[in-house]
Design a protein around this ligand. Structure first.
Ligand SMILES: Cc1cc2nc3c(=O)[nH]c(=O)nc-3n(C[C@H](O)[C@H](O)[C@H](O)COP(=O)(O)OP(=O)(O)OC[C@H]3O[C@@H](n4cnc5c(N)ncnc54)[C@H](O)[C@@H]3O)c2cc1C
Length: 395
């Protein structure tokens, strides 16, 4: 694989840089820098999404016929890298990058026409209803019951840890439509309007102090069968397809590089204040280790991107991605708190009157706390290792 950019690709890079310079508003960059959560604020993400939609650049991953670009893998790589470098936020992937590929692959023509434009234009804001109390890693044991009644399902039960359910207007759910066979059989994939009578959302506040996740309750919720994706009882295979995109469908390396740059800024500031800072080079050595692993992640992402651009899905290798980018990001979070030293003890050093250092500092501790959850969401690190052992290494 040739990793040097051609003159055409360098020209494209200049075009992207110029676009970002003129179209990425400062308040979006600021909101992104101060964000301590997994996703940026909904308003910020949707504003940036609208700007990209207008340019035709919102979803390079999608096929052109649905509003994607005809970019080469190298162009997609450049675009993602430049966006993170400029401080642009990640678009919320739940609808755009997780549900949409499933609708494209398994939805009817009518479902594609109905849902894809609304996802693209931010008219629908989706959340993911997979996990339940008692069904997380062992997802196939899920129980949210959907019983047929005429042309509808009647849905009863609960989903938990549902990110942004309090902000979403729609939820894609795995539901139990049959209990007679193996747990994996008898699951269906259902799209539910959050405004349906009988849906309620209860907040769960995390140790980082933020409201990101929820428990969603379904009490005799009537859902048209027309909202089912694919065949009844075959939802498990669509669910796994989606998880591959959740775990390894994008460019996490660029996001992490941006965070590494921020860590280096913190280190430089610490050195300016105290010349004895890291005099034994312990932190520098850890940063060098991160840099090496990040290079490896970048190359692996490029390999997966080449495969996906050829029309494939990320495959079980996406578990390698999830494992590596989670560890790298958490290592950076941890080192950032180390570099802050005693100021790291307070939740928000800037608000608490610490005059030192810049904007990024206020999100260091919330980000550290929030990102502990990355070992768990999207499938825990242990589960990713199990998948790699079985599906990639064939053990
Ligand atoms: C911040 C956050 C956001 C989330 N957002 C969503 C969301 O939007 N939608 C959604 O559906 N879900 C969401 N989740 C849920 C997430 O997918 C589950 O928490 C995850 O799958 C683990 O399930 P569990 O919490 O039930 O833990 P468990 O499955 O009970 O696991 C507990 C521990 O046991 C280990 N373990 C379990 N089974 C095995 C095994 N076979 N081998 C080795 N170790 C094992 C796990 O690794 C873990 O450490 C979110 C979770 C968090 C923390």
């Amino acid at each position: 694989m040739n990793l040097n950019f051609s003159e055409e690709e360098l020209q494209f890079q200049r075009e992207v840089r110029e676009f970002l310079q003129h179209n990425l508003p400062a308040h979006i960059v600021e909101g992104t820098a101060n964000n301590g959560s997994v996703f940026v604020e909904k308003d910020i993400a949707l504003e940036w999404q609208a700007i990209l939609v207008k340019k035709g650049w919102a979803v390079p991953q999608w096929p052109v016929e649905h509003g994607g670009t005809d970019w080469t893998p190298a162009q997609k790589y450049i675009f993602s890298k430049e966006c993170y470098h400029a401080g642009a936020p990640m678009l919320i992937p739940l609808g755009l990058l997780m549900l949409a590929p499933v609708i494209m692959a398994f939805g009817t023509a009518q479902q594609k026409a109905e849902y894809l434009p609304k996802i693209l234009h931010g008219e629908h804001y989706w959340c993911q209803g997979y996990s339940e109390p008692g069904a997380g890693s062992d997802l196939a044991s899920l129980k949210l019951k959907a019983e047929a009644e005429g042309d509808d399902y009647i849905v009863n039960g609960s989903k938990i840890w549902t990110t942004h359910a309090h902000l979403a207007d729609h939820i894609f759910c795995l539901v139990r439509t049959d209990t007679s066979g193996k747990p994996q059989h008898g699951i269906s994939f259902l799209l539910i309007d959050m405004d349906s009578p009988g849906v309620t959302v209860e907040p769960i506040i995390t140790m980082a102090g933020d409201h990101e996740v929820n428990q969603v309750f379904f009490d005799n919720v009537r859902v048209p069968m027309a909202n089912r994706i694919g065949e009844e009882n075959k939802g498990w295979s669509y669910a796994k397809y989606l998880l591959e995109f959740e775990r390894g469908g994008g460019f996490s390396a660029h996001r992490i590089r941006h965070e590494l740059d921020n860590l280096r800024r913190l280190m430089a500031a610490a050195k300016r204040e105290d010349t004895a800072f890291d005099s034994h080079g312990d932190i520098e050595r850890k940063v060098a280790r991160i840099e090496i692993d990040l290079k490896a992640l970048e190359i692996t992402e490029l390999r997966i991107l080449s495969a996906v651009s050829g029309g494939g899905n990320p495959g079980p290798e996406s578990s390698i991605m999830k494992l590596s980018y989670t560890k790298l990001e958490q290592d950076i979070n941890e080192l950032s708190v180390d570099v802050l030293g005693y100021t790291g003890f307070v939740m928000n050093p800037v608000a608490d009157g610490n005059p030192v250092r810049a904007d990024y500092i206020s999100s260091v501790v919330p980000r550290y706390l929030n990102n502990r959850a990355a070992s768990i969401f999207g499938g825990s690190q242990e589960i990713q290792r199990n998948i790699i052992a079985k599906m990639v290494l064939g053990l």
